[in-house]
Design a protein around this ligand. Structure first.
Ligand SMILES: *[C@@H]1O[C@H](CO)[C@@H](O)[C@H](O)[C@H]1NC(C)=O
Ligand SMILES: *[C@@H]1O[C@H](CO)[C@@H](O)[C@H](O)[C@H]1NC(C)=O
Ligand SMILES: *[C@@H]1O[C@H](CO)[C@@H](O)[C@H](O)[C@H]1NC(C)=O
Ligand SMILES: *[C@@H]1O[C@H](CO)[C@@H](O)[C@H](O)[C@H]1NC(C)=O
Ligand SMILES: *[C@@H]1O[C@H](CO)[C@@H](O)[C@H](O)[C@H]1NC(C)=O
Length: 534
């Protein structure tokens, strides 16, 4: 005999050893109905009655019932099982035990040896012939045990999906190590970037300036190659790559060894920026506080996992909020573009999970009507799944501070490829607003929003966004496979936002070539790290 509890804790199946005659499957459909109450009733139906030697036949019981107590359920389910009311045979004390709230003493008191399966349980009952109360407590302990095990497995499954998307695959790690080695041993990997004659271009506003912040060399190489190969006048392109301290040497080595002339490429680590090294740096301070707050978020990791009344999906989401992925400095850096590039008037900021498929210089001809941030919207379009994001999807509108200041139905916009008019930006207090709201969120124990840098961005740029034609930036290639390759091929920029990044095993195979065609698989370094086309 077997008992299955579905990972979602919404289905219960009891499979007898022989045949399907006594097969019982229950779906707990209604929210009113506690899953546990149904489970106990089923078990009572099968076991207790089996105990009293009343063998029965059941097909499927539907969860569509408005009962919320065991007594009522017993009446509904019982007769179907037995053909008679169970009240007459089920001792009252059993219902009492089931309806008592679960306490740890209760479970421990129920027996040192909790049955770990139905077979165990039946065997125990046969051996010990307990009274009704002990029977009920033991049954309850077993159910609890099985539930806990199911729940833990489910949390692990959700976390595994998160880890699969946020951990660094060994090929990327290999590439960084090999490049770091090149940087120390090979002079050709330490070229000054850009070349001396190109340095004046870095601050020349007649050029097209792109900024890419990334600590992923392979991803950055695809963004850079796709940007420059598709440019009509690559000699007017200046790409500013910002990375962190540890990625700087390998990133520099890659772009030294893989020149993209006639374009200008600059590689800089955060600590190379004047603005960053001198004076008060609000972003660092904010990050430190954010990091602390997240470490203690809802009592920290162990308290989150220990909360038995929470759904596995919610627990996994809360654990994710603690992930370093969401506190990385690289993610917050774009809010300081005006300070990082004091001489530039306009830049296009690129995420590292995009591919550029057309010449982007026309972006400089778009009239932004005095707005600061040119972005595509995320609530209109044919793809209802991807295009369904409004402010209410990112911000907690149960919080008065959010509800008072924003409209939940307002369309959100996307990061990934944004035109930033730095001149207009410098006349606003967008960066201060951003930090002000980061503080508010910390003060309220991360209850305004939990994940990512988009929510505070939506707040800080509120009223400063110019909507771009969707052609310029197609979203969703990392979280649903339904994207048609034909549609994707026609977009100016495609964005692999979502879990299935093109450099991971979990990438969607039919979309990956749009990204991998910008890698040279004959390249010595790519080959030696076993980075393959499929
Ligand atoms: C567990 O989660 C529930 C549901 O969100 C919440 O009401 C409760 O306060 C949490 N308990 C603890 C101990 O954090
Ligand atoms: C930003 O400026 C606006 C108007 O100039 C002002 O109302 C607002 O309080 C300022 N916000 C911050 C965070 O300084
Ligand atoms: C949303 O805000 C309310 C009110 O402050 C708070 O009780 C709730 O926990 C918040 N939700 C989340 C998911 O943080
Ligand atoms: C993808 O397409 C299939 C078939 O058209 C459909 O059943 C499925 O719901 C779609 N998935 C999403 C996430 O839109
Ligand atoms: C790819 O790499 C090989 C080996 O380094 C090189 O000979 C070839 O020119 C590269 N191809 C392209 C398109 O850059």
């Amino acid at each position: 005999m077997q008992l299955h509890i579905s990972p979602s804790l919404r289905h219960v199946t009891v499979l007898p050893a022989k045949g399907l005659r006594e097969f019982i499957k229950v779906k707990v459909g209604s929210r009113k109905l506690s899953y546990r109450a149904v489970l106990y009733s089923i078990l009572l139906g099968t076991f207790l009655l089996r105990f009293f030697f009343l063998l029965t036949t059941v097909d499927t019981i539907d969860g569509e019932t408005s009962c919320s107590t065991l007594g009522c359920l017993g009446k509904r389910i019982g007769p179907k099982i037995t053909g008679r009311s169970p009240e007459s045979i089920v001792p009252e004390v059993i219902y009492q035990v089931f309806e008592e709230p679960i306490s740890h003493e209760g479970i421990v008191g129920g027996g040192e040896d909790v049955a770990e399966s139905l077979e165990d349980f039946v065997a125990q009952m046969k051996d010990t012939r307990p009274d009704a109360r002990t029977f009920a407590i033991k049954l309850k302990s077993m159910v609890n045990f099985l539930e806990e095990r199911t729940r833990t497995a489910k949390i692990q499954e959700y976390l595994y999906r998160h880890v699969a998307s946020s951990s660094i695959p060994k090929q990327l790690h290999c590439l960084a190590l090999k490049l770091a080695n090149e940087h120390t041993t090979n002079a050709a990997a330490r070229l000054q970037l850009p070349a001396a004659e190109q340095v004046p271009y870095l601050v020349d506003n007649s050029f097209f300036h792109f900024v890419l912040a990334s600590d992923n060399i392979l991803a950055a190489s695809v963004v850079a190659a796709s940007l420059i190969h598709n440019a009509l006048r690559p000699e007017y392109i200046v790409l500013h790559i910002i990375t962190d301290k540890k990625t700087y040497s390998p990133m520099q080595a890659w772009f030294s060894l893989h020149s993209l002339t006639p374009a200008t490429v600059e590689v800089k680590a955060l600590h190379h920026f004047d603005w960053f090294t001198k004076g008060i740096v609000p972003v660092l301070e904010a990050m430190e506080k954010d990091q602390k707050a997240r470490a203690q978020f809802r009592g920290g990791q162990s308290a989150i996992v220990a909360n038995n009344s929470e759904k596995p999906r919610v627990i996994a989401a809360k654990l994710q909020a603690l992930s370093p992925k969401y506190i990385s400095l690289m993610n917050h850096i774009r809010i300081h573009l005006p300070e990082l590039f004091p001489s530039l008037n306009k830049v296009v900021f690129l995420d590292d999970d995009i591919v550029i498929q057309t010449d982007l210089s026309p972006l400089w001809e778009i009239d932004m009507n005095g707005k600061v941030n040119g972005a595509v919207e995320t609530c209109r379009g044919d793809d209802k799944f991807v295009m369904s994001k409004r402010l209410k999807n990112y911000l907690n509108f149960s919080h008065p501070l959010i509800a008072k200041n924003f409209d939940p139905e307002e369309c959100a916009w996307a990061y990934g490829m944004n035109i930033f008019d730095l001149e207009a930006w410098r006349k606003t207090n967008i960066s201060q607003t951003y930090h002000h709201w980061l503080q508010e969120n910390l003060k309220s124990d991360l209850s305004l929003w939990q994940l990512g840098t988009l929510p505070p961005g939506l707040i800080a740029f509120h009223g400063h966004v110019h909507i771009l034609d969707p052609f310029w930036h197609m979203l969703g290639l990392g979280y649903q496979e339904n994207t048609s390759v034909a549609d994707a091929s026609n977009a100016a920029v495609i964005h692999f936002n979502g879990r299935a990044k093109p450099w991971l095993d979990i990438a969607f195979p039919e979309l990956r070539p749009l990204w991998s065609k910008y890698l040279n698989f004959s390249d010595k370094l790519i080959k030696s790290c076993h980075i393959r086309a499929t």
